[in-house]
Design a binder for this molecule. Structure first.
Ligand code: MIC
Length: 286
């Protein structure tokens, strides 16, 4: 089902963050209906660095292509600022579509951007961002959704964020994402203001500016999509930290065994038996 069609349903869409073939495979097997390719998760895992605009558009497109090889689910792709001005954003649209994205999220920060939950962000003008959205809409070759994000709450205040969001819908945004509301009341006001105009996205960042709500509560407020972009990295980083400490201390993985897949367990999780059976089917002997 196309992402646009799925968003016409009244059930909120939960898109967990992924950043490679493994996380895409595991999230797909868990039964989600869409994935979120998080720029933060790519920076955290590939670079071991913060989400401050260090990853390149081509690194992101390569990652998208690997995920599309491994999962048939629609992928919402983080396009940051579009990597520059409107012309850069047009090119980002075309290359991310080619890599397999079903939706591109673009934000009104200056380039290079930073995580929406870090301080000291700066914005391009409302008019520049509106033109960037229109440029991306004109450049797309498929029914790729444009998710317009404003980071204005932290920079210009809540009312300005609402004004910007209205302008971005007028410019052609298919989905609205107001980044980092500071409390549940602000989340509720966003839903009340824009419900019924375009689908609304909420972003749950553990320990970030917005208190964590469940998908059920966000749906009751009026949200249509919720992303959990970096949760998987926070979970895996914590496990990796504990794993390396344990291995260093014990000189073996025996103390950690009940927190790990063994050889067969991992092979099962990534579909090794099915791949080997497929190989046999095409090995010229049957
Ligand atoms: C949504 C986001 O842009 C992302 O890169 O996934 C980040 C999330 C994060 O930093 O954990 C954001 O700016 O909110």
């Amino acid at each position: 089902m196309s992402l646009r069609k799925r968003l016409s349903s009244s059930d909120i869409l939960i898109a967990p963050g992924v950043y490679d073939g493994l996380t895409a495979a595991l999230a797909t097997d868990a039964g989600f209906e869409a994935l979120y390719l998080s720029g933060a998760a790519v920076a955290y895992t590939r670079l071991g660095r913060p989400d401050i605009g260090l990853s390149t558009a081509s690194e992101m497109a390569d990652t998208m292509a690997l995920i599309a090889d491994r999962s048939d689910l629609p992928v919402i792709m983080d396009a940051d600022t579009g990597f520059g001005n409107a012309l850069n954003a047009r090119r980002t649209m075309v290359s991310y579509e080619r890599a397999g994205a079903a939706a591109l999220q673009v934000e009104d920060q200056t380039y290079p951007k930073r995580c929406g939950h870090l301080s000291d962000k700066s914005l391009v003008s409302r008019a520049e961002m509106a033109d960037k959205i229109a440029a991306m809409a004109d450049a797309r070759r498929h029914d790729t959704l444009i998710i317009a994000r404003t980071d204005a709450i932290a920079v210009e205040g809540f009312e300005a964020a609402v004004d910007r969001a209205g302008a971005y819908i007028e410019a052609g945004a298919d989905v609205l994402f107001i980044e980092a509301p500071r409390d549940t009341a602000e989340l509720g006001r966003i839903a009340q203001t824009f419900k019924g105009q375009v689908p609304l996205l909420a972003n749950m960042v553990e320990g970030g500016a917005t208190p964590i709500s469940s998908a059920q509560d966000l749906q009751a407020m009026g949200f249509d999509i919720v992303i959990f972009p970096g949760g998987i990295v926070r979970a895996l980083a914590r496990t990796a930290h504990d794993y390396y400490s344990s291995l260093k201390k014990a000189g073996s993985n025996i103390p950690f065994a009940d927190r790990m897949y063994d050889f067969d367990g991992l092979n099962e999780a990534i579909g090794t038996p099915e791949m080997l059976a497929l190989g046999k089917r095409y090995d010229g002997t049957s």
